[in-house]
Design a protein around this ligand. Structure first.
Ligand SMILES: CC(=O)SCCNC(=O)CCNC(=O)[C@H](O)C(C)(C)COP(=O)(O)OP(=O)(O)OC[C@H]1O[C@@H](n2cnc3c(N)ncnc32)[C@H](O)[C@@H]1OP(=O)(O)O
Ligand SMILES: O=CC(=O)O
Ligand SMILES: [Mg+2]
Length: 527
C-alpha cells in the first residue's frame, strides 16, 4: 500500500512495521503535522527568547496577565477510569521484556516511556508502538535470548500512560511535505490512533504524560492536539487524559495556567525533579553564584527551592481537584548485592514517605522491586482512600523568591562531584548511543534527565570559573578533559568504545555555545 500524499518513510521497514505505519495512521500524523507544526516551531522560538531574557539578567515570576486564572474558581475534570488510584506508578521503556515486566509488577499505573528512558532510535519508536498495541490487546509475549519466556499476567494490569517525546525533538524518519515530523506528535499520534478505542473498550482510555513543557501556551497546543485527535476518531471531548510534568523552571511559575489550559483533559501534575534541576541550571547557567548548584548528589528534595516547588505543586493540584504525583528517587535495588539493595530500599522509602506525608497522591518507581515499597508507604497514609485530594494544603504559601532561592542549597562543589558528573555523563551517552536510554550507573538510575544535570553542571562550573571546595582547583576545559581520560581509563581496558560518547559529552558540557538538550546532537549521530 502506498503512503498518503506528502508522507515519506525514511527508516527501514522491518517485520510488522506495516501494522503501525498504515496509510490511515500516516494520514492522521500528516494532518497533525500540517495543523500544528507552525505553532510548535513558534513556541520553540518563544522558549529561546525567554531563555535569552533570563541569560541577560531577567528573573522568573508568576505571570501578571493570568492572575484571573489563578484567582478564579474552576476545577479540572474528575479522574478518568484507571486514574483514580495512582499510589504506585512504575516507569520504563517500551521494549517487549520491560513492557511485560512493568505490566506484571503490581503497580497501579505504568508510564510507558518514549522520553527520558528511551533512545528514540527508529526501531525503539516503532517497535515500542507495536509492543504497546500488543500489550493493550493482551497478546504481547517475549522470549529472551537465554530462552526465558515472558507473558502478561491474567487479571487486572496497571493503567497504561504513554509519555511521548518533548516538543523540541523531531522524528527524522517520517517526513511530511519534506519536513521532519514532531517526535511528540508521532509518539502521541501512533499510540492514540492504534490504541485509544481498544483502551476504551477495556474500561481504560488513551492517557498521556506530557514532558518538558515550559509554558501554559505549550499546554494549550497539546490541548488543541487532543481536541482534533478526538474529533478524528469520533471520541467525546475529555476522553484523553494527560498528566503534565512540572519539570522546567518556567513551568513551576505556571502550574495553575497549565492545569487550566488542559482542564477538560487534565489528570494532574507530576514533580519531575531531575529535569527540573536541569532546567534550573540551564536557565540561569550564566548568572554566577546566585544560581550555582553544588555537587549533583548533594541537591536533595529538602533543598529550599526544591521544597518550595513540590509544596506549590501539591497545593496547586489539590486546589483544582487534580492528582499530584511524586517523582523518581534514583536509587536502584540490586538482586545481587543485599547491602546495595537494603540501602536503596531505605532511601526510596524515605523519599516516598516525604511525598505521601506532604499530600502527594502517588509516586514513581523505576524498578519492579520498588513497587511494594512505594505501595506500603502510600497505603499507610491513604488507607482505603484512592487519593488525598481532600488535603488542600491551604496553609502553603510559596513565593517567587522561595522558588528562586537556588543559592540557599547546602552542599559543596568538589572534584569527586566533577568526576562523577563526567563519568556518569560519558557512560550514559555511550548507552544512549547504543539504543538504551535508561541504565544503572554507580547503583543509580540514569536517564536523559539525570544525564542533562551532569553535563550542564560541568558547563555551569566551567563557565562561571568555579573553584572546587576540596582541591582549590579552578574548573577549566583542561581539567575536564584530563578527568574524562582518567575516568574512561577506570572503566576498563577498552577506552576506544567510549570515544564517541566522550566527544559528544565534550560537545554538550564544555563548548561555549550551550546546547539546549543533549538529545539533539545525540539524535543526529544516529542512523
Ligand atoms: C527522570 C525520569 O524521567 S525517571 C523515569 C524514566 N526512567 C526510567 O523509567 C528508568 C526505569 N528503570 C530502568 O530502566 C531499569 O530499572 C534500570 C535500567 C535503571 C535498571 O535495570 P536493570 O539493570 O535491568 O535492573 P535489574 O537487573 O535489577 O532488573 C531486574 C529485572 O527487573 C526488570 N526491570 C527493571 N526495571 C524495570 C522497569 N522499570 N520496568 C520493567 N521491568 C524492569 C528487568 O528487566 C529485569 O527483568 P528480568 O529479571 O526479567 O531480566
Ligand atoms: O521526568 C522526570 C524527571 O524527573 O525528569
Ligand atoms: Mg523528565
Amino acid at each position: 500500500m502506498s503512503n498518503p500524499a506528502g508522507v515519506e518513510i525514511i527508516g527501514p521497514l522491518h517485520d510488522r512495521y506495516d501494522e503501525i505505519l498504515t496509510p490511515d495512521a500516516l494520514a492522521f500524523l500528516a494532518e497533525l503535522h500540517r495543523t500544528f507544526e507552525q505553532r510548535r516551531r513558534a513556541l520553540l522560538v518563544g522558549r529561546a527568547e525567554r531563555g535569552a531574557a533570563l541569560a541577560g539578567g531577567g528573573l522568573l515570576d508568576f505571570l501578571p496577565g493570568t492572575r484571573n486564572i489563578r484567582d478564579g474558581e474552576w476545577r479540572v475534570a474528575d479522574p478518568a477510569p484507571g486514574l483514580v488510584d495512582r499510589r504506585v506508578e512504575i516507569t520504563g521503556p517500551t521494549d517487549a521484556k520491560m513492557t511485560i515486566n512493568a505490566l506484571n509488577s503490581g503497580a497501579k499505573v505504568w508510564l510507558a516511556d518514549h522520553e527520558d528512558a528511551n533512545t528514540p532510535r527508529w526501531e525503539n519508536v516503532i517497535e515500542g508502538q507495536l509492543n504497546l498495541r500488543d500489550a493493550v490487546a493482551r497478546t504481547l509475549e517475549f522470549t529472551s535470548p537465554e530462552g526465558r519466556r515472558y507473558r502478561l499476567n491474567d487479571g487486572e494490569l496497571p493503567t497504561i500512560v504513554v509519555r511521548p517525546r518533548g516538543w523540541h525533538l523531531t522524528e527524522k524518519h517520517i517526513l511530511v511535505d519534506g519536513e521532519r515530523s514532531s517526535g511528540s506528535l508521532v509518539d502521541f499520534g501512533l499510540y492514540f490512533f492504534h490504541c485509544a478505542k481498544a483502551q476504551l473498550a477495556r474500561g481504560s482510555g488513551p492517557y498521556f504524560y506530557l514532558p518538558k513543557l515550559e509554558s501554559h501556551l505549550e499546554a494549550r497546543l497539546w490541548n488543541d492536539v487532543f481536541v482534533l485527535a478526538q474529533q478524528r476518531l469520533g471520541l467525546p471531548l475529555g476522553t484523553i487524559r494527560a498528566t503534565v510534568l512540572i519539570e522546567t523552571f518556567p513551568a513551576a511559575f505556571e502550574m495553575e495556567e497549565i492545569l487550566y489550559e488542559l482542564r477538560a483533559h487534565s489528570a494532574g501534575l507530576n514533580a519531575g525533579r531531575w529535569d527540573f534541576m536541569f532546567s534550573v541550571i540551564k536557565k540561569f547557567r550564566t548568572r554566577g553564584r546566585d544560581f550555582l548548584l553544588p555537587d549533583r548528589n548533594a541537591v536533595t528534595m529538602t533543598a529550599p527551592f526544591m521544597r518550595a516547588y513540590t509544596e506549590l505543586l501539591v497545593r496547586t493540584c489539590h486546589k483544582r481537584g487534580a492528582h499530584a504525583i511524586g517523582g523518581m528517587a534514583a536509587f536502584i535495588p540490586s538482586r545481587r548485592d543485599p547491602e546495595v539493595n537494603e540501602a536503596a530500599i531505605a532511601k526510596v522509602r524515605d523519599d516516598k514517605r516525604r511525598e505521601a506525608t506532604d499530600g502527594f497522591d502517588g509516586s514513581w518507581v523505576a524498578h519492579p522491586d520498588l513497587v511494594p515499597v512505594c505501595r506500603e508507604v502510600f497505603d499507610a497514609v491513604l488507607g482505603e482512600r484512592p487519593h488525598q485530594l481532600d488535603r488542600t494544603r491551604d496553609e502553603v504559601r510559596v513565593t517567587a523568591a522561595q522558588l528562586l532561592a537556588v543559592a540557599d542549597t547546602p552542599g559543596r562543589t568538589t572534584e569527586a562531584g566533577l568526576r562523577n558528573a563526567v563519568s556518569v555523563g560519558i557512560q550514559y551517552l555511550a548507552s544512549w548511543l547504543r539504543g538504551s536510554g535508561a541504565v544503572a550507573v554507580f547503583n543509580l538510575m540514569e536517564d536523559a534527565a539525570t544525564a542533562e544535570i551532569s553535563r550542564s553542571q560541568v558547563w555551569q562550573w566551567l563557565h562561571n570559573d568555579v573553584v572546587l571546595d576540596d582541591t582549590g582547583d579552578k574548573v577549566t576545559r583542561e581539567l575536564v578533559e584530563r578527568i574524562a581520560d582518567e575516568e574512561i581509563a577506570r572503566l576498563g581496558p577498552d577506552p576506544a568504545r567510549y570515544a564517541e560518547a566522550r566527544a559528544l559529552f565534550m560537545e554538550v558540557a564544555v563548548a561555549d555555545d550551550f546546547v539546549d538538550f543533549l538529545t539533539l546532537p545525540a539524535y543526529e549521530r544516529m542512523a
